[in-house]
Design a protein around this ligand. Sequence first.
Ligand code: NAD
Length: 379
Amino acid sequence: MAETQKATVVFGVLNETSQDETRVALTPDIVTRLKKAGVSCLVQSGAGIAAQYTDDDYAKAGAEVVAADDVIARADVLGFVDRPSAETVARLKAGTWVIGMLGSFTDAAYVDALQAAGLVGVAMEKLPRQLSSAQSMDEMTSQNSVMGYKAALVAANAYGSFFPMMTTAAGTIRPAKVLILGAGIAGLQAIGTARRLGAVVTAYDVRPASRGEVESLGAKFLDLGLDFSKGQGEGGYARQLSAEEQAAQQTAVDQKAAGFDVIITTAKVPGRKPPMLLTKAGVDGLKRGAVIVDCAASDLGGNVEGSRVGTQVTDGGVTIIGAPYLASEVSNTASNLLARNVGDVLAHFVHDGRLSIDLNEELDDALIVAGRPAAESKE
Ligand code: NAD
């Protein structure tokens, strides 16, 4: 079909390539929603199966289920939970759009590769999350919320006692004492879930505004006795602490942590290595059987000294679970939320059955555009 005759934008989704990924960037109900916005969908056969969406479900919703080669050859725009691999980038034709977590804060070489290939990137991590018009597009909010919920369940599962107080014929069991470090989207969801399981929950965040949010969920705010009244930086996010502030925070957290049975950490600063909140001394001070779930664990390190993706048990009997992938463990609903985010981003750029870059639009900062004049690009 000639380019000028296209009545709709063609959106394609491939199987995710990263090993532990079970989510998918398009779900059947979003296929229907996108059709109304002038978008037709191509789905690689099997792309949704790990999230319980069959090829038949997609076909019934009006998508075409095809082989990966067809998606790559025919799609005007592709959506990813994560981002296209280098091999996929090399196979996409110039002018194709890619929407995903493109790693633009930390991976300049990848951004250069997208531009060199002549692709148009929409970096989900750079959407203006505070704008009300962008809230339905905010993948970090939807997925961090799922992650926080699951982190509390993973911690409860690994813990060798109950979260709630239990009165039994054989005696009364005291409730677990849970500490949440980082009370943003994920942390607040972890607080709510741990409380619903009956734990006694305390939480801490460097942003002064978080005290009220923590207390409104019925948790106690952990007072470290440090003045972080300027702990909030641009855009409502935490600012990066100075080396001295970090050291003082670590000492205080290490000391306070000793009284807790379970610690869930979710602290991040956008575009930076996650802050280390609990050092080895703090971990060694925990009692045998304590459980830590570090949602910030990554190749760059996490919120807990020595944490890495996966489970380890220290000589002192403390289980440390490095778990940045937890949204993937709630793959069905996490995919549905994520697909809504990606679908709304895509619909934003569709005008008259075509993809269009409008440089005056609110989402401009999230665009990575090949050959874009330097004067128009923003940090
Ligand atoms: P995030 O994932 O970047 O960070 C998680 C939490 O870690 C944050 O609450 C942060 O303050 C905290 N943190 C960072 N460094 C810390 C440290 N050294 N010690 C303790 N805690 C530390 O952020 P997020 O959860 O996505 O969002 C954080 C805040 O951003 C929200 O609570 C909100 O104020 C704002 N936000 C607003 C909107 C909106 O308006 N729609 C959307 C998203 C986020």
